[in-house]
Ligand binder design. Structure first.
Ligand SMILES: Nc1ncnc2c1ncn2[C@@H]1O[C@H](COP(=O)(O)OP(=O)(O)OP(=O)(O)O)[C@@H](O)[C@H]1O
Ligand SMILES: [Mg+2]
Length: 243
């Protein structure tokens, strides 16, 4: 049984149908690249996995439970299990990096302050962010802010991480750093969906890719197979050719 299963997902906004029948699944420990042009509805699918959007019809299953049927209260534990990495990092501007990382630990775990301190130090060292500890977000470059944002999203140890264009607008150095963070989490068995327009990163971190187009998943396959099949829909999309 797949850990994530989106089945027959349909949704309209203002009378315009964006998702007609989106179906895909992600196995435990796998990283699925979710590709597609601007506006096809990738972010809406990710948001629906933490209950921020609900489909008009269809199912959004995490470990067999349909989170689209959950109340706000029932969603609380889901949000500790499933992390959503926002595009801009979404840090609290008035707090230091340390305080930003401490926030989810204080909110969602029963760790003591010394334990929190250890956890934050471990995380900062693991991701090469030690120098940022006492800085405020405004003192960091955009690339560093995104890396700290990712570190904050995953500090409580989620089982699933949803990445929404985590490398958009980054220089090659920070892009590679983010790729390494994602790979490290994958090595630890985290299941993830990686939404991106950054093809080199998608090829670097994903096991499988799915292409969303006209309200449906029109192609999907293992990254290894994609590299061998230059004429598939996914390859055409990757190369920027008209589908
Ligand atoms: N809350 C909302 N209210 C109205 N329309 C919305 C809402 N959320 C999304 N949409 C519309 O749904 C469509 C899909 O949006 P979504 O943000 O999921 O696209 P996307 O694939 O993530 O695009 P991009 O690659 O540009 O980020 C867009 O046309 C968008 O305007
Ligand atoms: Mg989006």
């Amino acid at each position: 049984m797949a850990l994530i299963h989106v089945r027959n997902f349909a949704k309209s906004f203002d009378g315009k149908q964006v998702h007609k029948n989106v179906t895909f699944s992600v196995k435990e420990g796998e990283c699925l690249g979710l590709l597609g042009g601007s506006g096809v509805g990738k972010s809406v699918v990710l948001r629906s996995l933490i209950g921020l959007e609900k489909p008009d019809s269809g199912e959004v299953l995490i470990e067999g439970d349909d989170v689209s049927k959950y109340s706000e209260r029932e969603l609380i534990p889901i949000r500790t299990k499933v992390a959503y990495v926002f595009q801009n990092g979404a840090l609290f501007d008035s707090m230091s990096v340390y305080e930003n990382l401490a926030y989810p630990l204080r909110e969602h775990t029963s760790l003591t302050e010394p334990e929190i301190k250890n956890r934050i130090h471990e995380q900062l060292v693991e991701f090469g962010l030690e120098d940022a500890e006492f800085k405020s977000p405004a003192q960091l470059s955009g690339g560093m802010q995104k890396r700290v944002g990712l570190a904050r999203s995953i500090i409580i140890g989620p089982k699933v991480v949803l990445y929404d264009e985590p490398t958009a607008g980054l220089d090659p150095y920070n892009t590679v750093k983010i790729q390494e963070m994602i790979q490290r989490l994958r090595d630890k068995g985290v299941t993830s969906i990686f939404v991106t327009h950054d093809m080199p990163s998608a090829f670097a971190v994903c096991d499988r890719m799915a292409l969303l187009q006209d309200g449906e998943v029109v192609a999907e396959g293992a990254v290894e197979d994609l590299k061998r099949d230059p004429n598939g829909l996914l390859q055409k999309f990757v190369k920027g050719e008209k589908p």
